[in-house]
Design a protein. Structure first.
Length: 161
C-alpha cells in the first residue's frame, strides 16, 4: 500500500464531523455589503501649465490634510497657506495664488478619481462634480452588488463599473 493511500485512509477514518460553528470552504459567509464600502480619502492637487499642457501636481501630505480639514469644516471662504506660506489657496474659488511674486493663479481640486488618457503619462483627476458621481455610483455598486453600471465621462468616454 502506498503512503498516499494510507494517509487517505487515515483521514477518512479519523475525519471528525464538523462542529455546528464551523463552515466548509465552499459555504458562502453572509457579509454585510455596507461594510465592504469605504469612501476614498481625497488628496488635493493643483494644475500647472508646463509646455502649454496641463499637469496636475499633488500637494504634500501636510498641505493636503490642512486643505481637507478646512473643506470639511465648511470654511469654503477660507484662505489656506501652502508650500511653507509661499502660496495661498482660496478654497471657495479653488484657486492657488503666489504670495511673494507674480505668477498666474492655478486651479485647485479635491481629487478622488483619476483617468489616464492615451497620450498621458500621468493620471489626471476628474472634476470634483464628476468624481462625486463616480463615488456615488461605485458605492451603490458595492453595497447592492450591482455592477456593469455605465457612466459617460466629461471627455465623452464610457466608464463601466
Amino acid at each position: 500500500m502506498s503512503s498516499v493511500q494510507s494517509q487517505q485512509e487515515q483521514l477518512s477514518q479519523s475525519d471528525p464531523s464538523p462542529s455546528p460553528n464551523s463552515c466548509s470552504s465552499f459555504e458562502l459567509i453572509d457579509m454585510d455589503a455596507g461594510s465592504l464600502y469605504e469612501p476614498v480619502s481625497p488628496h488635493w492637487f493643483y494644475c500647472k501649465i508646463i509646455d502649454s499642457k496641463e499637469t496636475w501636481i499633488p500637494f504634500n501630505s501636510e498641505d493636503s490634510q490642512q486643505l481637507e480639514e478646512a473643506y470639511s469644516s465648511d470654511c469654503n471662504g477660507r484662505v489656506v497657506p501652502t508650500d511653507g506660506g509661499r502660496y495661498d489657496v482660496h478654497l471657495g474659488e479653488r484657486m492657488r495664488y503666489a504670495v511673494y511674486w507674480d505668477e498666474l493663479a492655478s486651479e485647485v481640486r479635491r481629487c478622488t478619481w483619476f483617468y489616464k488618457g492615451d497620450k498621458d503619462n500621468k493620471y489626471v483627476p476628474y472634476s470634483e462634480s464628476f468624481s462625486q458621481v463616480l463615488e456615488e455610483t461605485y458605492m451603490l455598486a458595492v453595497t447592492l452588488d450591482e455592477w456593469k453600471k455605465k457612466l459617460e465621462s466629461p471627455n465623452r468616454e464610457i466608464i463601466i463599473l
